[in-house]
Design a protein around this ligand. Structure first.
Ligand code: APR
Ligand code: ZN
Ligand code: ZN
Length: 360
């Protein structure tokens, strides 16, 4: 089958091969035919080494498809079910899963999730973040697939597998944005646009999108931003909206120390700064001892939208059905797997919101 493989961290491009095979499914595992896969910035971060990933690896972690076969003991899905892939699967029984923080369950992600699940020639290959959906088929632990109604289009379902859940969840689950509040979102890509939509659903009165690419500012407004500005113009808009106090909530959706610092600075005293972007482990953020106590800002990290995929994927589908989330509009381009490297070029230029690889 065809799959896009990262040979080594730092490579210029993925290798699109047609001789990749899946391993399994064994007991407790599921074989999925991938129908659609979104191209997320975290895939690019695996290529550049911003996020750690053993290689060789089939990239892609935002996907949806159909169950082809299940191994012994699998009870949550059966053959023919449509599913969204969850890249941080909840084991269901640890203290995080039982305590309302299923997104933080690492039992599977750092257990069987780290096993190689592909092979080609004489080589075993990993799947990015334990998934690997830039492939026609993938074998996953059963906890990593969440069944959905079969009328949800696969491209929409794929986006829910990462960007939408991460962004909407940051606003709704993590920050719990209050109706009437003021919000600024740094970074208007697929995850940032989802954060803007989440803030809108939560009832924010003012939502400002910030980006370095002018076209992205128009995108932000299409999805519910009341204002959209280049970073240099944020101060003026903040004064206009907040009277100079700063925003109730600032979301960083890029993954860089300088924009995390900017988000902290844009937050009002007593407000909330939320870190959504996935940055390098050695990219240090500088905050002074004085400001941390004096400003009384809450700094919240959020991982996978602080969501429980078992219930939140369905909640997001319901919001989409009700017309409260525009997910079709987020898809800028549909591609074949052979064009995956073009997709990363477009992402580097900031030209797109979300690109979806479609498998036939
Ligand atoms: N200031 C403002 N905007 C910026 C800056 C900056 N310094 N640098 C980049 N951007 C903008 C880009 O122009 C782009 O519109 O941030 C946006 C990032 O969008 P994508 O590349 O589409 O990334 P996305 O997939 O949305 O992921 C965002 O969330 O899940 C994590 O790993 C992911 O850290 C990444 C973040
Ligand atoms: Zn992602
Ligand atoms: Zn668990």
């Amino acid at each position: 089958m065809r799959a896009a493989v990262l040979r080594d961290v730092g490579d210029d491009a993925l290798e699109v091969r047609d001789d990749v095979e899946v391993v399994g499914p064994g007991a407790g595992e599921v074989l999925v035919r991938i129908a659609a896969a979104g191209v997320c910035h975290s895939d690019l971060s695996a290529i550049t080494g911003v996020l750690p990933q053993p290689t060789p690896a089939v990239l892609g972690h935002e996907g949806a498809g159909e169950v082809l076969a299940v191994g012994d003991g699998v009870r949550n899905v059966s053959e023919g079910d449509h599913v969204i892939i969850a890249w941080a699967p909840p084991c269901g029984s640890c203290r995080f899963c039982l305590g309302g923080q299923a997104n933080l369950c690492s039992k599977i992600m750092f257990g069987v999730g780290l096993m190689p699940r592909f092979k080609y020639a004489d080589t075993m290959a990993f799947g990015f973040g334990g998934t690997g959906v830039f492939a026609e088929q993938v074998v996953l632990p059963s906890e990593a697939v969440v069944p959905i109604p079969s009328d949800v289009p696969f491209d929409i379902a794929a986006l829910i597998g990462c960007a939408v859940t991460t962004g909407v969840g940051a606003a709704v689950n993590c920050a719990k944005v209050r109706p009437g509040s003021s919000v600024v979102v740094f970074g208007c890509g697929g995850v940032g646009i989802s954060t803007i939509q989440g803030a809108r659903v939560a009832g924010a009165a003012a939502i400002v999108g910030v980006d370095t690419v002018a076209a992205k500012l128009e995108d932000a407004k299409r999805f519910g931003a009341t204002h959209a500005v280049l970073a240099a113009d944020l101060m003026g808009v903040s004064d206009e909206i907040t009277g100079g106090d700063g925003f109730d909530y600032a979301f960083e959706v890029i993954g860089l120390s300088q924009t995390i610092r900017a988000a902290y600075d844009a937050t009002r005293r007593g407000g909330t700064t939320v870190i959504v972007g996935a940055g390098r482990s050695d990219d240090m953020v500088e905050l002074s001892a004085f400001e941390l106590f004096y400003m009384e800002k809450r700094i919240l990290g959020t991982f996978y939208g602080s969501a429980d995929v078992r219930s939140d994927f369905g909640r997001i589908i319901d919001l989409w059905r009700a017309g409260r989330l525009d997910l079709e509009g987020m898809i800028s381009r549909r591609l074949d797997i052979s064009q995956v490297n073009d997709a990363f070029d477009a992402m580097r230029k900031g030209e797109v919101i979300r690109q979806v690889i479609q498998f036939t």
